[in-house]
Design a protein around this ligand. Structure first.
Ligand code: CO8
Length: 258
């Protein structure tokens, strides 16, 4: 377990990394120290050869957004010169799957980070929203772009223009989250899913993630070709023979990443 000032990281022998945002007194508001440490922790998880990353928040929030106290006196020059915010994007660039375990508030930048995760598991008491409009700003790390791609224009406009919060049930209905479970079960559910993914062939998992993400970025014909090429490629590896042999032999597969 590595403890930073604003978060902690634990990478288990099972290949699952658990990254916990940890400023509970400020509802895990995302400040510049946390952004720097977040990038360092992602590097650490990569060095430790984590196969799946679970991201959660300590206390009663996943994250209630960017730290408003830190941001209030910033100028345009401060924001653009230091390129404040850019390191958060590192989460979206991870090659391994990421699972957000959302307890409580996921607002503003917190909702945007949640949307960078590949799978989102929310507790019944979770709430999501892009309340930046009420602060005289707009979302800055994907709240107008990822949200629109995930839930469509009608829902995204509603959330971004009114700043209203949606509860976990509504978030599930509009396709913002993958699963809703009881608040007490969120982390366990996420860790169980992470362990399951970590047990599969790493190359197949990487291919699956890359292909799904491609769907947002290419015309259908290109996406289908990309998927087909990956599908063919996986037949180059021993894990394909093992997975299919295990099925036919009626035994669990022993993937070796070979
Ligand atoms: N920034 C700084 N401090 C915060 C934040 C925040 N975003 N959210 C909560 N806190 C602090 C409160 O100031 C309070 O501190 P203190 O105890 O010292 O007064 C403590 O956390 C507890 O909060 P509340 O007392 O307000 O708790 P409530 O249960 O009454 O309310 C809410 C919870 C509804 C979540 C409320 O705190 C709230 O509305 N928070 C702000 C939400 C918000 O507007 N978020 C958007 C911020 S802007 C943004 O995210 C820009 C995104 C683009 C860049 C992203 C880069 C990371």
């Amino acid at each position: 377990m590595s403890t930073y000032d604003t978060l902690s990281l634990a990478v288990g022998d099972d290949g699952v990394a658990l990254l916990t945002l940890n400023r509970p007194d400020a509802l895990n508001a995302l400040n510049s120290t946390m952004m720097r440490e977040f990038a360092e922790a992602l590097d650490e998880a990569t060095r430790a050869e984590a196969r799946v990353l679970v991201l959660t928040g300590a206390g009663r929030a996943f994250a209630a957004g960017a730290d408003i106290a830190e941001m209030r006196d910033r100028t345009f020059g401060d924001m653009t010169d230091a390129d404040h915010l850019s390191l958060w994007e590192r989460l979206a660039q991870l090659r391994i799957p990421t699972i957000g375990a959302v307890n409580g508030f996921a607002l503003g930048g917190g909702c945007e980070i949640a949307m960078m995760c590949d799978v989102l598991i929310a507790g019944e008491g979770a709430s999501f929203g892009q309340p930046e409009i009420a602060l005289g700003i707009i979302p800055g790390i994907g709240g107008t772009q990822r949200l629109t791609r995930i839930v469509g224009k009608a829902q995204a406009m509603d959330l971004v223009l009114t700043g209203r919060r949606v509860d976990a049930a509504e978030a599930h209905r509009i396709g913002l989250v993958s699963r809703v479970v009881s608040d007490a079960d969120v982390l366990d559910e996420a860790l169980t899913a992470a362990r399951k993914i970590a047990g599969f062939s790493a190359r197949a998992v990487r291919a699956a993630k890359e292909c799904v993400l491609r769907a947002d970025q290419t015309p259908l014909s290109e996406g289908l070709l990309f998927e087909r090429r990956w599908f063919h490629s996986l037949f180059a590896f021993a894990d394909q023979t093992e997975g299919m042999s295990a099925f036919l032999d009626k035994r669990p597969a022993r993937f070796t990443d070979g």
